[in-house]
Structures are given as structure tokens and as C-alpha cells.
Design a protein. Structure first.
Lengths: 634, 126
């Protein structure tokens, strides 16, 4: 569960709690309101009965009837009083005099009864409204009114004229009584509400702490730049290919900390980020990496990354910072990249930028390196997770390039070249250029080697006439796991091992020749042969001929290619290698034979074996096992 | 509330009010804009809450020469209005509703003209 999801859940819970509270309150209010409406309905029926009774008693003009006879008034007052139950506070009859003042006609109260014709000021204008419209109304009492919940105003009409207004005041105590009907439920609801409020407060408190925590996780407390977690969240919402990126590292920042103290170092970092912010276009983000390293992503439409990187580099290296009354400037190592459209992972971009930054640093730092046009394949395949998945799913195959006997003009051997298979397109093979360096030294490399050996031995088993050479890095020989794997495989397939050649490629100079010689010997005990790859270039030099017991020298392609530019001098060199090899009884293979011209020269020199695109490009083994290559070419 | 009513009757920054009702005295003694008077004759307004006080005040007032110099009488019971034409108005409760009432022809001898907002509470006669 991510932080973002946690916050969503908290808000959902808070929202649900509020909705529940509102619902409970609404339900109770509605239930109470229904009770009250019932009571009002009943009061209306009462009012109607009283009015009818009074009119029946008067049996004519009401005002005249009441005005003339105090006994009639007294009798009707008593009748009104009989209606005064606990629900009703007051029942009285009013009429409007010629000047528009209301005056009492009847009053049902026994206690402090109002005299006939006493003036009365109603607190509501609705009295007039009922008088004129002749429609019953219910009014809620307002300021200046006590003990009354509602007043029912009932007009007594005769011959189209309003004669009087019957007022029935429903008592406040009755409203409380009605409220108390739901009071046990209401009490429960109040407790629930209290609980919900406490829960809400608690949730609010938790949310506050959560956001504080979240902020501290997403924003670097020192520089206020974002953290890598923020970047991760951002790229969950947005596509990485909408941005371009830069990696900026302050050179020798440790020296600032050492010389001026960590506090000053921190101040420099803060100022540095502030300066960066002034240069950034909209929709850009600064993410602090390790120490003084900052990863910057900029929306593609906001700026040209190359220009922006140059501007950054110039401005930030020219900027001077005041520390301890001393002004210092910083030197930076920077790399920038235009993120290809087909990219979907930021990690590959970071790796490309890291590599470029490393290159800048290795060249003496204080420079900007722009990562050149990177292909989509490069971004896609230079992804450790992708490669790991491919190896786990054993999406690996080998292509085979023939090694040709120049004298017999027949294929004598094939060099196995590893390829991974694209996940989406099984026809597409992934060159080791994309992944080999990345997985070297890891368990994935061992896994890949195991799969290659499995494939090679399977081919050897299937085609008994075929010999295959397998590439092996000198580093592999120093790797105990790798050697265990190779020797185990050789032992398991010891009947086939004599048709395997290990082509040893150096990535560094041999330090201990004796140890290497011993390993070679170990491989040779199974009947396998040892070839020195790329002989004549790099570390693969003549000392090998003295110190190591090998079987084959594969002359480096760069020497062979020189045939095209300096044929005579190349011939001398190749003759020399060939003669030496013959004296040591080593076989010689010319690599990179890419044209007929080169092949002819190699033949003229009587170099026994050739390999190159002219003779055959890497293909599935089956495609070579029908007829000879020369036959096909001819 | 009483200050508001009395201000309509007396245009003075500090209104002197006399009442012998203990409860009302408590109200007026805390007022900042009304001064509780101990001498009914020297007050601006006499607030009468019962019949016996009314009769006592009426006796005392017989000695006064000019009516417009006498304190204004104001009551807290509708029924008291009927006992003296000197009483200009009343503030009381009837059927749970507060009632304010001024009688026009009783205000005239005091040369009192009420502000417009009291128009609705002004009656010619009881």
C-alpha cells in the first residue's frame, strides 16, 4: 500500500463517517418531524371543530353575538378551556378592529384570562396574511414569544368575510414531549455522533501526522528538493517520456564539508537548490539523490534540455557562494538526456545519465555531457528487470557464425553468440550489446552462461559432426561459481567436451599467468580447446605465446580490417603472427573477414581459418547445416 | 429593552427611572444608561408594576403644578392602564408574547412624539 493510497483510504473513511452522521441525524429528524406533523394535523382538526362550534352557537354575526352578551362570552370561554389539553398552551379568538388592531374576543385560559376587547399585538405578520387570505397557517414563534412551539391560525369566515381568527398555540413542552419519543434513539445517535466526532478528530490527527510524515518522505528536509520516492509517485501519474532529464553532481563536495564544516556545506546545498529553482522552467522537478547529486526532470515542452543544461552549467559554475566571509564557486559534473518517446522506465534513464556522469568525471570532472540519441531498444533492453525476466523465462537462444577452413573451404566450427528473445516479438533477438555489461558479475550472468552451455551442448548432441566455440571472459575464470558451472557442464557432457572451444576474451590484463594456465589446463583435461580471442590488440599480446598453453589464436578484427588500408604492412604483421603460431603449433583464425577482398588476402597468406560476415553471418545452426557456405555463395 | 423603550419617551443621555419593585430595581441598578432614582418626583420615568404603587404615585402627583413636568408613568400590566390617564404606555406579556403599547392621547400632554419604528404599537385609546 503506497502513501498515496493510504491518504485516499483515510479520506474515504472520513467521508463515510460524515455521511453516516448526516444520515442518522436526518433519519431521526425526519421521524420526529413526522410525529410533529401528525400533531399539527390533529390541531387543525381541533381548530375546525372549535370554529364550527362557535359559529353554531352564534348562529349569525359572531361579533355582534359576543359583543352584546357577556354570558355568551363566558360560556364560550369555558368551552375553549375544555379544549386546553397539555398539548395546547393557549386557545383564543381575535378580531381586527377598524383601525387594524387585534382585540380579544374569547380566551380559553382560566389562569389570568384576558378581558374581552383587550388589544393584542401579534408578533407575526402572518396573522394579517391569514386574515386576508382566509387560509389556515402554522407559524413558528420567534423572538419575543415564550412557551409556544407553534401557533395555528384558523380564520373563521362567514359570508366571505373573516370574522375572527382562532389561535391555537401548541406548547413548547409538548414539542419537547414529542422530541422525547425519539429520545432513546436520539441519545444513542448522539453517542454514535460523539464517537464519530472523536473518530474524526482522531482521523484528522492521524492525517495531520501522516501528511507531516509524508512530506518528510517526499521532500528533502535540508534542501526542500523532492526525494526519489516523490519521483516514483510522480511517474506513476505521468509518463516519463513527457520529460527530459539532467543529473548534476557538485564536484568534490566533501572538501567543502571538510574545509568549512557540515553546517556550511548544508547552507551551500540549500543555496544551490535555490539557484537551480530560479533557472527551472515550469513543470520541472529537482530530486535530491545521494549527497550532492541532483536529478532534474523538465517537461519536454518547457525547454530544450541541451540548451537548458548548458545554461545550468554556465550559471551554476559561475555563481559564487559566501561562506564564512569567503566566496567560493562550485564545479559541477553534469549529464543530460532527451528521453526517447518509447521509454517507460525512469531507471534506465537514470542509468544512462549515471554512465554519462561517470564518463564526465573520469575525464576530469567540471563538464557537461549530453547523452547522444538513445534508441528505444537501448532504453528498453538496458533494463535489468527486463533481462532478468527474459532469463527467468529462458528466452535465450544462440546464433552461430561459421569458422571457415580457408584451405579446405569447409566450415570446421561455429562460434556461439548469445541472443535474448524480445518478450513481445519472438522474432526479434536482443544483442548482448544491450545487456552483457549490465549483468556481468551478477547471478544473472551465471544464469545466462548456464543457459548458453545448455544450448551449446544440446546442439553438439544433436549434430555430432559440429564443433562449437563459446566465448568466455577472463574474469569468468576467476569466478568460482562460473568455473564450477563450466566444469560441471563439461563433466556432465564429457563425451561432447572435446568439440568445445573456449574463446578467452580479456577485459583486463592477466595478473597471475600461472593461475590462468592452471584453469586452461583444467578445461583442456576434458578435451576442450582454448582460443585467445582478439589476439594482437588490447591486452592479448605476445606474452601469452610464452606463458600460456593455448590451441588457437584469433587475430583481432581491427588488424584484419587494415588489409583495406595498408595491405602490405598488414601482410607482414599477419605473416609474423602466423609463423609464430605455427612454431607454437597453434591454429590461427582471421576474424572480421567481411569482404571477398579480405578473404582473398587471408587465403593468400595461407591463414588456416577465417570468420566474418563475408563467410557467414550469425544464424541459427540449422540454416548452415545444409551444404557448404562457399557452394552457396558461388 | 427598557432603555430602548424609555429612550423613545425621554430624550436624555441618562434617564432617571424610579420603581419600587425589587426585581426591576435589580435590572435598572446594573444599567449604564439608566439611573435608578430613589425619589419618584425627581425621576424622568416611573415604572409601576402593581396597583398599590400606582395609587400611591397618583396621590403624590396631585401636588405637582404642571403635568409636563411630572415624571412619565409607564406600567408592566395592561390592566393598570385603565386606572390613570397619566400612564402613557405599558410593556407586558400576554399569551406568551411580549406586548408593547403606547396610548397616543396620553402622550400628547407630555409633548412626546414617538419615533417611527413605534408606530405599530401606538393606539388612540384602549
Amino acid at each position: 500500500m503506497t502513501l498515496k493510497h493510504t491518504s485516499n483510504y483515510i479520506f474515504i473513511i472520513m467521508g463515510l463517517l460524515i455521511l453516516l452522521m448526516v444520515y442518522l441525524q436526518f433519519s431521526i429528524d425526519e421521524s420526529t418531524e413526522n410525529l410533529k406533523n401528525e400533531e399539527i394535523k390533529k390541531s387543525k382538526q381541533y381548530a375546525e371543530s372549535i370554529a364550527k362550534y362557535i359559529q353554531a352557537e352564534a348562529d349569525g354575526p359572531l361579533l355582534l353575538y359576543l359583543e352584546k352578551n357577556a354570558e355568551h362570552r363566558e360560556a364560550l370561554n369555558k368551552i375553549l378551556h375544555t379544549f386546553l389539553t397539555k398539548e395546547f398552551q393557549y386557545i383564543f379568538l381575535l378580531h381586527k378592529d377598524k383601525k387594524g388592531h387585534y382585540r380579544f374576543l374569547l380566551d380559553g385560559s382560566l389562569e389570568d384570562p384576558v378581558e374581552y376587547n383587550t388589544i393584542f399585538f401579534p408578533k407575526s405578520k402572518r396573522f394579517n396574511s391569514v386574515y386576508s387570505t382566509q387560509k389556515t397557517q402554522i407559524i413558528k414563534q420567534s423572538e419575543g414569544v415564550e412557551e409556544i412551539w407553534l401557533s395555528l391560525l384558523y380564520p373563521i369566515v362567514a359570508q366571505g368575510q373573516t370574522e375572527a381568527l382562532l389561535v391555537i398555540d401548541l406548547s413548547e413542552s409538548h414539542a419537547e414531549h414529542l422530541n422525547s419519543f425519539n429520545s432513546p434513539v436520539m441519545d444513542m445517535v448522539k453517542w454514535i455522533q460523539l464517537f464519530l466526532w472523536v473518530s474524526l478528530l482522531f482521523l484528522a490527527y492521524v492525517s495531520y501526522n501522516f501528511y507531516k510524515l509524508r512530506k518528510s518522505i517526499l521532500v528533502d528536509p535540508l534542501t526542500s528538493a523532492y526525494t526519489k520516492i516523490y519521483l516514483q509517485e510522480l511517474l506513476e501519474r505521468k509518463n516519463v517520456n513527457q520529460y527530459n532529464a539532467m543529473l548534476i553532481d557538485i564536484d568534490e563536495f566533501k572538501q567543502i564539508n571538510t574545509k568549512y564544516g557540515h553546517e556550511s556545506g548544508d547552507t551551500v546545498l540549500k543555496m544551490f537548490v535555490k539557484e537551480m529553482l530560479t533557472l527551472l522552467p515550469k513543470e520541472s522537478y529537482i530530486i535530491r539523490g545521494r549527497g550532492s547529486e541532483f536529478f532534474v526532470i523538465v517537461a519536454k515542452e518547457s525547454a530544450d534540455i541541451e540548451e537548458l543544461a548548458k545554461k545550468f552549467f554556465k550559471y551554476l559554475t559561475e555563481k559564487r557562494y559566501l561562506i564564512d566571509n569567503e566566496t567560493i564557486s562550485l564545479t559541477l559534473s553534469m549529464s543530460a538526456i532527451v528521453i526517447p518517446e518509447e521509454t517507460d522506465s525512469i531507471f534506465n534513464i537514470q542509468r544512462s545519465l549515471d554512465e554519462k556522469l561517470l564518463e564526465v568525471k573520469s575525464r576530469g570532472k567540471n563538464a557537461l555531457g549530453i547523452v547522444g540519441n538513445v534508441s528505444g531498444d537501448e532504453i528498453k533492453y538496458k533494463n535489468l528487470d527486463y533481462i532478468k525476466e527474459a532469463l527467468e523465462e529462458e528466452r535465450l537462444t544462440c546464433l552461430y557464425q561459421p569458422i571457415f577452413n580457408t584451405r579446405t573451404q569447409k566450415i570446421t566450427k561455429y562460434e556461439a553468440l548469445v541472443r535474448l528473445v524480445d518478450k513481445e516479438d519472438p522474432q526479434k533477438l536482443i544483442s548482448p550489446f544491450y545487456f552483457l555489461d549490465m549483468i556481468k558479475g551478477t547471478t544473472q550472468y551465471i544464469k545466462m552462461s548456464k543457459l548458453v552451455l545448455k544450448e551449446v551442448f544440446h546442439a553438439l548432441h544433436k549434430y555430432p559432426e559440429v564443433e562449437i566455440s563459446v566465448n568466455l571472459d577472463l574474469d569468468d575464470l576467476n569466478n568460482a561459481d562460473m568455473m564450477k558451472l563450466i566444469t560441471k557442464q563439461l563433466y556432465r557432457h564429457r563425451g561432447l567436451a572435446n568439440r568445445v572451444t573456449f574463446e578467452i576474451l580479456e577485459s583486463q590484463q592477466i595478473k597471475d599467468y600461472d593461475e590462468v594456465a592452471l584453469i586452461f589446463q583444467q578445461l583442456k583435461t576434458f578435451g576442450s580447446k582454448i582460443a585467445i580471442d582478439d589476439f594482437g590488440s588490447g591486452y592479448a599480446n605476445y606474452v601469452y605465446l610464452i606463458k600460456l598453453d593455448v590451441d588457437i589464436l584469433k587475430i583481432d578484427g581491427s588488424i584484419i580490417q587494415e588489409f583495406l588500408y595498408a595491405p602490405e604492412r598488414t601482410k607482414i604483421m599477419l605473416n609474423s603472427i602466423k609463423n609464430l603460431a605455427e612454431m607454437y603449433r597453434y591454429e590461427v583464425v582471421a576474424e572480421f573477414v567481411s569482404s571477398k577482398e579480405i578473404y582473398d588476402m587471408v587465403s593468400q597468406l595461407d591463414i588456416a581459418y577465417s570468420q566474418g560476415y563475408y563467410l557467414g553471418e550469425p544464424k541459427l545452426l540449422e540454416s548452415y547445416l545444409v551444404g557448404s557456405i562457399i557452394d552457396k555463395k558461388e | 429593552m427598557y432603555h430602548q423603550i424609555f429612550s423613545a419617551l425621554v430624550s436624555k443621555p441618562m434617564i432617571h427611572v424610579y420603581t419600587n419593585d425589587r426585581e426591576y430595581r435589580k435590572v435598572f441598578v446594573t444599567s449604564k444608561r439608566m439611573l435608578l432614582s430613589d425619589d419618584s418626583g425627581k425621576s424622568d420615568i416611573i415604572l409601576i408594576t402593581n396597583k398599590s404603587t400606582l395609587f400611591q404615585i397618583m396621590k403624590e402627583r396631585q401636588w405637582a403644578d404642571k403635568k409636563d413636568e411630572k415624571p412619565i408613568l409607564f406600567v408592566t400590566d395592561y390592566r393598570l392602564l385603565k386606572f390613570s390617564f397619566d400612564i402613557v404606555g405599558a410593556f407586558y406579556w400576554k399569551k406568551g408574547r411580549s406586548q408593547l403599547l403606547f396610548i397616543k392621547n396620553r402622550l400628547d400632554p407630555y409633548n412626546i412624539t414617538l419615533p417611527d419604528e413605534y408606530e405599530d404599537f401606538l393606539v388612540d385609546t384602549l
